[in-house]
Design a protein around this ligand. Sequence first.
Ligand code: FCB
Length: 454
Amino acid sequence: MTRSFPAGFRWGTATAAYQIEGSTTADGRGPSIWDTFTARTGRVLDDATGDPACDHYRRYREDVALLSELGVPYYRFSVAWSRVMPDGRTIEPRGLAFYDRLVDTLLEHGVTPMVTLYHWDLPEALQAEGGWPNRDLAGLFADYAATVHKALGDRVRQWTTINEPFCAAFIGYGNGDHAPGLRDEGAALVAGHNLMLAHGQAAQVLRANGGEQEVSIVLNFAPVLTDVDDAAHREAARKFDFLHNRFFLDPLLGRGYPPELLADLAHLGTLEAAIADGDLEIIAQPLDVLGVNYYAPARAVPLDDPEADSNCPLPGLRGMDVTPPRGDLTSLGWEQRPESFTDLLLWLHGHCPGLPLVIAENGAAFVDEVVDGRVRDTDRVRYFAEHLAAVHTAIERGADIRGYMAWSLLDNFEWAMGYTQRFGIVHVDFETQERVLKDSALFYADVVARNGLP
Ligand code: FCB
């Protein structure tokens, strides 16, 4: 039996600028916080950096040809702010020209471009002004959005403002595992709010600039599980759920920050103080679709001491811990649980009435090897098959899901894990830059061609 997806379902692959482009000083590009972060010893595994990554800046034609060979019709990529505006403000035409060529090349190959304006690579010059905890960045981001839209808006219809503000704010400024590597929970909350404000102002600008564009934001979600169904466990799960799944979502929906969440975080003393009059209206711009990233569920337990710090990216969430994943894990140690994906999509469908969903990222890292010119990544094929079936089930049960972007087109620079985690459906040899289609690429191409699961 074939499980067919709705007609017009958007199939794609996704990447992000810093993870694939390399050429970090070419054509006037300025440093981003990820260049600075990776230059410090001990921050990223093996002290890897985003140069040359997949050398995509120079090999983009080859990569677009791969997309066309696979017959995957949508491609989600991000624009590097520090290429387009090296100091965060001044336009560098050569940087902008790269994305112009990329968009044209995609269109020539029949691939529809989907642009993400911010996938974590803030110009270092703006970090020097305080980074996301500085409210001025919202307006600067809107100016940047206007610049990119002016250059590409005649050909690009799908616009995402920000990818995963949770990670940008809480992992970047909270536990410091990502750039800029700061550990200041109070500042992290303000960064989160300012990222939302930046989204809202950019969304306004994108709409004001006219055109037929679709505006979205991409959030990462993790359904929270507990082993025991009692009040203490439910409360531990609630805390993490509100931080992870609702901090960013509820304000977008015009509901503001959930009061319970504000209470959980009140002792840090910064979030409510950062919300100025009118901010919540700006954040709640109408969205055409919501981008959903799903990889794995989380598991929560209560701590005996309700005042004890949490092990989550914001220790000040207090009184709860996230426990180790279990069952089948990916090489990154993430739990494989497709039923949580279905649960998430159905929950989102109910929580966001009338808002269509697009899966903006889903995929898995495994250890892959090229043997006789082939990569038999059966684990990844199974991951995709099970998670696509989970999406299909959610659609059957009524969720309005318009598309699915596989993470990722290429093995790439996986942030703090460097090059040790391969998420691609295309294998990249980082010595020679040779690309080899993995079995998962062939599997995915087949799913796309039949618009369904075999
Ligand atoms: C997401 C990021 C993406 C990639 C995947 C594995 O959180 O958006 O860049 O690193 O995880």
